[in-house]
Design a protein around this ligand. Sequence first.
Ligand code: SF4
Ligand code: SF4
Length: 333
Amino acid sequence: MSVPGPSFRECLRRSGFFPFRAAAVKILQLNITRRCNLRCRHCHVEAGLEQDRQMNDAVLEKCLEVAALPAITTLDVTGGAPELHPRFRELVARLAALGKRLLVRTNLVILQEAEFADLVEFYARHRVELVASLPDARGERTDRLRGAGVFAAIIAVMRRLNSQGYGRSGSGLVLDLVHNPVGAYLPGEQGALEADYRRVLAEQHGVEFNQLFCLTNCPVGRYLEYLQSSGNLADYMLALQAAYNPAAAGRAMCRETISVGPDGTLYDCDFNQMLDLPVAGNTPANIFSFDHRALAGREIVTADHCFACTAGAGSSCQGATLPTADLQRTAAK
Ligand code: SF4
Ligand code: SF4
């Protein structure tokens, strides 16, 4: 995939960010399985029930060892649907015992299945922060992207989570939602969208959440296939490129994150993982040779898909990377 005009690397160079280096490794993101009970149209992982890649025992044990390093402050468990890993409960309990910030990226729908229903209480007991994709506060748009009946299932599970304390102020139990556009366009302003979600979900469905994270769809996996088959790829890439924001490059999540694949390979982020782009050069590229110091100063592997992280207010697994005020200041320059 290439885009006419300056490449991502050239944009980095022009804005003084080349070579593009990590600043630290604080977040350890574990992709423990590619299996998923859903088949969302925008999925960069191309997850589904037919996928069989999952983290083996040796890699999982080594990840637990690395997770305990003092420099790692945030543990982020993802997939696929991470709940489908056979050692999921044990992994989460052991990560929680480390006393660090612990996030699980869940599609929520799986918590409706009898085998996983107890996880609502399990998550609360281990004080796990939940991050759940809800592309739109309107059911029809969400179902278009994620499958018929998904919106209703998410609302039903949110009610159970709310009754456990999740998303309620003062409980300390965090339920964050992720918005991403349903088509080939960039997301709107995160604060305004969060206010809209909060109003619609409370008034129409009686459910609450903490924060909304806005994610710019990255042209990888099924979303790339959608852009290609709908003839939108070139225009989408141009839109991302035109919105390149050097301030967002400085805040890209890869600058503080390392992503671990099911076989222990290390990547700069989950997107690079799906593109088979391991960490580069002389940096140890496997969890078994994890070298915190080398990884914290590594050069990050970039290509034009990275424009998704640096458009406008920036985009990351934790939403926009720049506050609106900063964005306005940048635009005014
Ligand atoms: S986006 Fe998430 S819930 Fe949907 S198929 Fe991919 S991993 Fe599963
Ligand atoms: S796609 Fe990955 S490597 Fe590229 S800027 Fe985003 S987080 Fe960094």
